[in-house]
Write a protein of this length. Structure first.
Length: 338
């Protein structure tokens, strides 16, 4: 499908070209596996050895030719990078690079979870990519538009769409597609990400499975991150495996996701305001007037505490302190529940 597609179809532009050294050849990473990267180069799709540095789907890399092998030379500067805390709580796991818009997919059945959606939003917002919420399986919800309003209230300023494989997309995602653009889908397993990818591709390129009868959830099908070229020059789409839980480890990520509250806090009388009962607190005033909801304020405070503690933990590690930390989530809060 991607054989001999021009790099411009994949998003290559003059700014990327300016990063190349004389004699270098560029390629975009479609997927990676077992120390190898499948890339789309001017000569077509190739498999390259993937030594250090590590590349991720969506990356632009250079191709190096050695006597007995071809390999990834270097990774060009990333414009956006979606990452999350690694499962072992050490370092980061890179999910996708150079994504313009990330569709956060969550289903309107038993798996619907607003707080988890906020976590994903904070992680993506920190990457620099635009966030769009896509509520899937709307045909299974008695009143999907009430759910849309609920998400809009909790995440002001973020576009929210209700979709269904039964209804069809009918161009719902077109405003974020186009020549040279890259979008990706992120969410838990079984929410219908692969079905959305198939709808955009106009073909069943990704395997999907029926819902489980016991809990009304879909089944995990995508096993690796893969960049696909959309037909009709509408850009590229990156499908990702499902993620059950995501930790927020950056205060900048939280501040980006809650920019409205951060703006309110700037107007507080005291710079060290804790937004509780201090006089002249703009956040408390917004809460009293109804401009800010109690739920959104509580979520902001919880995520900010978690990110602050994780940053402090990282600082202590870098300072060489030998301390053991519990891998339980903060204040007994399970990451996959809130």
């Amino acid at each position: 499908m991607t054989d001999h597609i021009s790099l411009s179809r994949l998003g290559w532009d003059e700014a990327w070209a300016a990063e190349l050294h004389p004699g270098e050849t560029a390629a975009r990473v479609l997927t990676t596996h077992r120390g190898a990267a499948v890339v789309c180069a001017p000569s077509g799709v190739r498999t390259l050895d993937l030594p250090d540095p590590i590349a991720v789907a969506g990356d632009w890399v250079t191709v190096e030719e050695e006597e007995h092998r071809s390999l990834v030379g270097r990774v060009l500067n990333r414009r956006t990078l979606i990452r999350r805390r690694a499962a072992d709580d050490v370092g980061d796991q890179f999910l996708a690079a150079n994504v313009d818009t990330c569709f956060l997919a969550t289903s309107l059945n038993q798996d619907f979870n607003l707080r988890r959606l906020l976590r994903f939003s904070a992680v993506v917002g920190d990457s620099g990519a635009e966030v769009v919420v896509v509520l899937t399986k709307a045909d299974l919800c008695p009143n999907p538009w009430a759910r849309v309003a609920e998400v809009e209230r909790l995440m002001p300023g973020v576009p929210v769409l209700a979709t269904s494989a039964v209804w069809g997309l009918e161009g719902a995602l077109d405003p974020w597609l186009g020549p040279g653009r890259t979008v990706c889908f992120l969410g838990t397993s079984g929410v219908g990400k692969s079905s959305l990818v198939n709808a955009l591709m106009g073909d069943a390129v990704q395997t999907v499975k029926a819902q489980r009868e016991d809990d009304d959830r879909g089944r995990h099908t995508t096993v690796r991150r893969e960049l696909l070229v959309l037909p009709e020059d509408r850009g590229c789409v990156l499908d990702t495996p499902g993620i059950r839980a995501v930790g927020v480890d950056s205060t900048d990520a939280v501040r980006s996701a809650f920019a409205d509250i951060e703006a309110m806090a700037e107007a507080c009388r005291y710079r060290d305001c804790e937004h509780d009962s201090e006089p002249g607190c703009a956040v408390v005033e917004a809460l009293a007037s109804g401009e800010l909801s109690e739920e959104r304020l509580t979520n902001w405070q919880k995520l900010l505490r978690e990110a602050t503690r994780h940053e402090a933990k990282g600082y202590r590690k870098r300072a060489g302190q030998k301390r053991k930390y519990s891998r339980k989530s903060y204040a007994g809060e399970r990451l996959d529940e809130w």
